[in-house]
Design a binder for this molecule. Structure first.
Ligand SMILES: [Zn+2]
Length: 896
């Protein structure tokens, strides 16, 4: 092992597993699968990390699965020198593939590949082939998508095998594998092998040549061992080629690697895991024989020989069968056979007797296979995730089964029929138990989240069928979960995002149009939207992430803008939801379904009330700090409630600004849109944004999340400086406003890491944010001039009242409660008219008083009037000028 690589690996192993070193071994690491302290590896050569609970868990990882970042920059880690032009290729073959360079010298060369579409290149390990070559990319090959390896155009390997230089084809067995690295791996264990390059390539020409060579030498042909990959295509062609080669006069069998968990293990993997010993090979041949068994009985016989009991369930041709040995019949048969054939060994006798004494019956018309166990730790719900395959062309079904649905034959039969039309289980509960006993032991676990987006616990973005973690893009595997290093995780939430992750199809043409349509405000909105992706990381250190308010008159383009921003995240034809039209429970569900994504609140019909349909902006306050989405009852555990944190961001889109308490206003970054800047040119750009295809836009979220580490680091570096510069400006005093707008400015700058941004876009957007911060400060401090005037008059008259009659103490305030100011507007108007004091227009006041900050507006309600009570008590009712005053008066009430 290269010393530098070893140091890098050891440092990570210490960090992640807390091993203890004892006599050359690292032990007692925490197993990522079973969470027991049962993980171990070799201290000097820690290539493979294993769980010692072999039967109960059996977890096994190659370090290159755990730390792919150490196994991808070969040119950088091993630059080519004049002495060694193959330096990177050699290092790749030795360290990433586990090969002995002395054994393979001269079989390959280091070369390079450049992708003109992606405009990126990589060094390659190149193997010559007839008419060309095959090469494997070795520098961050994941950047090239599925093109990690490729053939030179015009290369004609069809009908042939690639073979290691000195392979002997005239031995006992000759193995045919898919990949070149597989053949080289077997070669390291003295197994003669050739690579067909692809599972559908039948090597007719090479096989003919081998047959001729054997005939010329007068030796028997080797047995062919078809050892293609363990996926569906590999297995299908294995059956086909075994049959075809047998017809061509070969003795042929198959070998298969049992794919227990995290599929796709190949012969090279087995070589690196030390699993190509004779007993391992025997096991692979057994699994190969099972694959090509011609009848259920033949397969059952093979299984019985492995001593797995006298009755058991097994799969054949995607149906489930039950094997049973009739022991009475078996012993009778043994005795009879022994008596008649004295020359047979005991095993031969048993085998012959078994053939007569067993029965095989079909117990299911399909094959159910448990893939893994998944659990929602928070709600304590759990499921077995199963794949059901069918004998014909019907596509396989994957679905969940609860414990009770697999516990008895009757319940299982019902669930199966419910998810797969015509799938019938006819076995007993005992047979089912036997099936699960075999399938569920050591079954892997997959962690779950119940939302879409960023999970800080897993440090990963789960975005439908793709995931992004630590700068790497992952696609969901065939079993519907993500393999992220040692982590297996899936989202239980159906993602509303449909993302095209092909970077080559992502175009940034829209940036210009966004600017043309909305100017700096467009960039400001984009920066917030982009920042949403990092809101969890931002809250982790800064404790808060602001809300964004997009306000403007109808026709100002709010919907165009927001629907466009959604397309950047892969969501089509969606703007948001109206919180006033949903119940609190429904709102809480909506808020809980995202991580690092925006929740957009839109308004339906404008109503004058601050509290609309039971929705109060104050409900949002705690989300600013990422705290609890309101408690909701859990499915399973009685009185407990589950209050998930808020993991996203909030965008409010309305015609009129949110008017609430200072507490809510200071959490909002306010963006106002009107039609004043619209020109024919901006209209054309707005139409571009409306028409632009989500297929060419959704790459934005992929780029942004891939850049996570750089963006978060830059944000943390920039935001304190932005905070200082904002706080130094006149007129911005509120700490929260400074912090929110500083974060927003930092995000504008970070945007340039992901998309091309002209400098004047950035400076104009930042200037605009400074203006936003100033206006926000005004909004939370100042009352409307009419409201301010109203309170001035009030204070003046109240002062006058208390100076003339200390007992009365009030002229306008009807309230008996010292904490409340209650004013009757007609009364207010009357008093002012009497004293010739000019009042603000009453109609306007009625609209504006609700926004009052000098004294916070509470409600308009009927109260018991202290003023009228006093006047009534002092009045002379015999006089016609003093009518009795009503004791109940409708008042505008404010906090005193
Ligand atoms: Zn384990």
């Amino acid at each position: 092992m290269n010393p530098r690589l070893r140091a890098d690996i050891t440092q990570r192993l210490d960090r992640d597993f807390q091993f203890k070193e004892t006599s050359g071994w690292l032990r007692q690491g925490t197993c990522p699968d079973c969470k027991k302290k049962s993980l171990y590896t070799h201290a000097e050569t820690p290539w493979v990390i294993k769980c010692e609970r072999l039967n109960k868990c059996g977890a096994e990882y190659h370090v290159k699965e755990l730390y792919p970042e150490l196994f991808e920059k070969w040119s950088e880690r091993h630059p080519v020198t004049p002495e060694n032009p193959n330096a990177a290729a050699d290092a790749y073959m030795a360290e990433a593939r586990g090969f002995d360079l002395a054994k393979i010298a001269g079989w390959y060369q280091q070369d390079s590949y450049y992708d003109p579409g992606l405009k990126i290149g990589s060094a390659t390990v190149r193997f010559p082939l007839p008419g060309g070559y095959w090469e494997r990319l070795i520098d961050e090959a994941h950047r090239f998508g599925s093109k990690k390896a490729h053939f030179k155009k015009g290369c004609h390997y069809g009908g042939t095998l690639w073979m290691p230089g000195n392979v002997s084809v005239m031995g006992k067995d000759f193995w045919i594998v898919e990949g070149i690295f597989d053949a080289i791996a077997l070669h390291h264990h003295d197994i003669p092998a050739g690579s067909a390059m692809s599972c559908n390539n039948y090597p007719e020409t090479t096989l003919k040549a081998i047959a001729e060579q054997c005939a010329a030498a007068g030796v028997a042909r080797p047995r062919l061992v078809w050892a293609l990959d363990g996926d569906k295509a590999g297995q299908g062609f294995t059956r086909q080629w075994v049959k075809k080669s047998r017809e061509a006069g070969w003795v042929a069998t198959a070998a298969q690697i049992p794919q227990k968990r995290r599929g796709k293990l190949d012969w090279n993997d087995m070589h690196q895991r030390g699993r190509l010993e004779p007993k391992d090979l025997e096991n692979y041949l057994h699994h190969g024989a099972l694959l090509i068994a011609a009848t259920p009985s033949e397969k059952a016989t093979l299984l019985y020989r492995r001593d797995i009991g006298s009755s058991f369930p097994f799969e054949f041709g995607s149906r489930l069968y039950w094997f049973k040995l009739d022991l009475g019949k078996f012993h009778e048969a043994c005795a009879a056979i022994e008596a008649e054939n004295e020359e047979l060994t005991k095993d031969q006798v048993r085998e012959k007797a078994m053939e007569d004494a067993h029965t095989v019956v079909e117990i299911s018309t399909c094959y159910p296979q448990a893939l893994y166990f998944q659990q929602n730790v928070v709600t304590d719900e759990s499921w077995y995730y199963m794949r059901v395959t069918f004998p014909n062309d019907t596509p396989a079904i994957k679905n969940t089964f609860t414990a009770s649905q697999i516990a008895s034959a009757g319940d299982f039969k019902k669930r199966l029929l419910g998810i797969a039309q015509g799938a019938i289980f006819t076995g007993t509960t005992g047979m089912l138990d036997a099936l699960w006993k075999r399938q569920l032991q050591g079954l892997s676990r997959v962690e779950t989240i119940d939302f879409t987006g960023y999970s800080k616990e897993h440090e990963a973005y789960l975005l439908g069928d793709i995931a992004v973690a630590k700068g790497r893009l992952h696609t969901v595997n065939e079993e519907d979960y993500f393999e992220l290093g040692k982590l297996s995780v899936k989202s239980l939430n159906t993602s509303p995002l449909h993302i095209n992750a092909k970077d080559s199809e992502f175009s940034t043409e829209w940036v210009r149009h966004l600017w043309n349509s909305f100017g700096p405000k467009g960039i400001v909105a984009l920066a917030y939207w982009f920042g949403s992706l990092f809101s969890e990381q931002i809250r982790a250190t800064a404790k808060s992430y602001p809300f964004l308010e997009v306000v403007g008159e109808p026709g100002a383009g709010k919907t165009t803008l927001i629907e466009f921003l959604w397309k950047l995240f892969g969501r089509l034809d969606y703007e948001g939801f109206d919180p006033s039209k949903s119940t609190m429970a429904a709102r809480a569900r909506n808020f809980a379904q995202v991580g690092g994504l925006p929740i957009v609140l839109i308004e339906g019909d404008r109503s004058d009330d601050m509290k609309k349909g039971g929705f109060d902006w104050d409900e949002l306050k705690s989300y600013y700090n990422g705290r609890g989405v309101r408690a909701r009852g859990m499915k399973t555990s009685g009185n407990e409630t589950y209050e998930p944190p808020f993991r996203g961001s909030i965008v409010i889109s309305q015609n009129a600004p949110v008017d609430g308490s200072e507490a809510i206003l200071s959490r909002i970054n306010h963006l106002f849109f009107d039609r004043s800047g619209q020109t024919p040119e901006s209209r054309v750009s707005a139409e571009y944004l409306e028409r632009a295809d989500v297929e060419n836009l959704s790459g934005f979220i992929v780029r942004a999340t891939l850049a996570e580490q750089a963006v978060v680091a830059k944000f943390r570096e920039l935001s304190p400086a932005c905070e200082r510069s904002l706080a130094a400006l006149d007129g911005i005093r509120n700490v929260r406003i400074v912090k929110n707008h500083a974060q927003h400015m930092a995000l504008v700058t970070c945007l340039a890491d992901v998309i091309p941004m002209q400098d004047h876009y950035i400076s104009a957007a930042n200037d605009h944010i400074v203006e936003m911060a100033r206006e926000r400060q005004l909004a939370i401090t100042a009352d409307h001039p009419y409201v301010a005037e109203f309170w001035e008059v009030f204070e003046y008259l109240e002062a006058e009242g208390s100076s003339t009659d200390p007992d009365a103490a009030t002229v306008l305030n009807h309230s008996r409660d010292p904490d409340v100011i209650a004013i009757n507007l007609p009364h207010f108007e009357q008093v002012c008219t009497d004293r010739k004091i000019k009042t603000p227009p009453i109609l306007e006041l009625k609209r504006l008083l609700k926004t009052s900050r000098t004294h916070k507006f509470v409600d308009v309600k009927t109260i018991n009037s202290r003023i009228h009570d006093r006047l009534n008590r002092n009045a002379d009712f015999n006089s016609s000028q003093s009518p009795r005053r009503p004791i109940s008066v409708k008042c505008w009430c404010f906090e005193a």
